[in-house]
Design a protein around this ligand. Sequence first.
Ligand code: ACO
Length: 365
Amino acid sequence: MNDSERTFSPGLKGVVAGETSLAMIDGEGGRLQYRGYPIGELVAQGTYGQVAELLWSGEWKADAHLACAPLPEPVTEVLRRLPPTASPMDALRTAVSAWGAITGCLWPPTVQQARELTAFAPSALAAFARLRDGHEPIDPDPSLPLAEGFLYQLRGERPDPAAARALDAYFIVGAEHGFNASTFTARVIISTHSDAASAVAGAIGALKGPWHGGAPAEVVDQLHEMGSTDQAEAWIRGTLERGERLMGFGHRVYRAYDPRAAALRSVAENQADVAGWLDKAVAVEEIALRVLAEFKPDYPIKTNVEYYAAAVLQGVGLSPSLFPATFALARHAGWTAHCLEQAQANVLIRPDVRYVGPAERHLPA
Ligand code: ACO
C-alpha cells in the first residue's frame, strides 16, 4: 500500500490508538466514568486517594489514604538552584526527572512507583513555590489527605476544611481523561520500556501548553481583560473575528457540555471567596456559548473543565501561576495508571507518517 492510500488523520482526530479500562468518555452524551463510576458520584462521595487507588488497582478501597511524601534532599537542592522566575511546570518536570534519577526508577512501572510519584509531586511543587517566595520548604504531614497536604505545605498551616474539600474535588475531576495529549505522551514513553518517571516528566511537558493544561490561568486573564459583563460580547466577538480562541471552551472529544465543568461549577458555587468572580463567569459563559454557536454552527464548542477549574482554584486561594502545575499533580494518578495499563499488554507505539518532501534528488557532483 502506498502512502496516499493509507488513512491519514491530522492530529490523530478520530483515530482509536489503544484500549483502556480506566475512563469511559461519552463525548456526545457528556458523560465521564472512572472504571464505571460516574464522575459526579466520585466527586460527591470519594476522596482523591480512593480515586487514585481505584485507577491503579481497579478496586474501590474505602480505607485508601494517600498523603504527600517527603522530598529526597537532592530534589530539594535541585529546586533551590532553579531561578524563582522558572515556570512551576518546568520546576515540577525537573523535580520528577531528578526523582527518577535519584530513586533509580526502572521499567516495568509498578503500583508502588505510581503511588510514590503521585505522593511526591505535591511536595515538590509546594517546595518550589515556597523557595521562589523566599521561604523554606515544609515537611509533609502524613495524616493529611493529598490535596489538603499540598495546601498545608504551601502555606505552613492547615487550610479550612471547605478549601481542602474543594481542592480534593478538583483533584478527582482532573485525575484521568483517556488519551489526551499528555497521557498519550506518557503511554508512548512507557511503551519503549522506559520508566514511569520519564513518562510522567514527558507528560508534564505536554500538559504545559495552553491548549491543554494551561487554560485556567488564561481564563482568568480573559475574564479580566474583557472588562464588565456588558463589554463581554464585543470582546468575545473581537477575539473570534481575529481567529483567536476562547479559553475554557472546546474539546477534542466532548461535543456536549463537559461533565467535569458541571461538577466543578457545583463545587465553586459553595466557595464564598469566589462568589463575585463566579457570577461574572456564569454570565460570560452564556454569552460565549451563544456567540461560539453562531461562529461555528457545525462544530459544537461547549464549556470545558478548565473554565470552572479557574473558579475552584481561585476560591482555594491558589495563585494563577500554579494552576497548570496543580492540574499536573491531579493528573499523576491517571498518567501512572496508564503506564501500568500500557505495560500490561505493551506494544511499541509508533505510527507511520506520510512523506510529503521532495522526490529523490542528488547533491551536485
Ligand atoms: N475558541 C474559538 N474557536 C475554537 C475553540 C475555542 N475555544 N475551540 C475550537 N475552535 C475552533 C477552531 O478555531 C477551529 O476552527 P477552524 O476549523 O475554522 O480552524 C475548529 O474550532 C476546530 O478546532 P480544532 O483545534 O481542530 O478542534 P479540537 O476540537 O481538537 O480543539 C481544543 C480542542 C484544542 C481544546 C480547542 O477547543 C481549544 O483550543 N480550546 C481552547 C483552549 C482550552 O480551553 N484548552 C483546554 C482543553 S481541556 C483540557 O485539555 C484539560
